[in-house]
Write a protein that binds this ligand. Structure first.
Ligand code: ZN
Length: 118
């Protein structure tokens, strides 16, 4: 079941490497979830809602020839419990999953898709 994360108090925070856009910037104190232990992503590399990616997919569907079935398969691949979890996921990780799903089900040039993500 999906965890309704609850951050620990200030005193319990843990010092861990701080990563932003997948580059490490030394140690910072991070809150973690008292229920599942997930460490909170405190960088500005915050995940987007799934709707953001679904909009991009519908844009792609209009501009490239991909079928409704392909759209469905891609969306199914992205709908996982962790996809928009603000503790586990970063936007960089989402973009990797998104590009991997697109690659798996349709053969679009990456340089046509990447600009849509910014
Ligand atoms: Zn949790």
């Amino acid at each position: 079941m999906k965890c309704e994360h609850k951050s620990c108090g200030n005193k319990e925070k843990v010092w861990l490497p701080f990563t932003s856009r997948e580059i490490e910037h030394g140690l910072k104190s991070h809150p973690y979830c008292v229920h599942c232990g997930a460490v909170k992503n405190i960088s500005s590399d915050m995940p987007k809602r799934i709707g953001y990616y679904i909009n991009i997919i519908s844009h792609i569907r209009k501009n490239f020839r991909i079928s409704d079935v392909q759209v469905r398969l891609i969306v199914n691949e992205l709908i996982t419990e962790d996809f928009e979890d603000p503790y586990w996921t970063t936007r960089s990780a989402q973009e990797r999953m998104f590009l991997a799903a697109l690659n798996k089900y349709c053969n679009l040039p990456e340089n046509a898709v990447k600009p849509l993500l910014s």
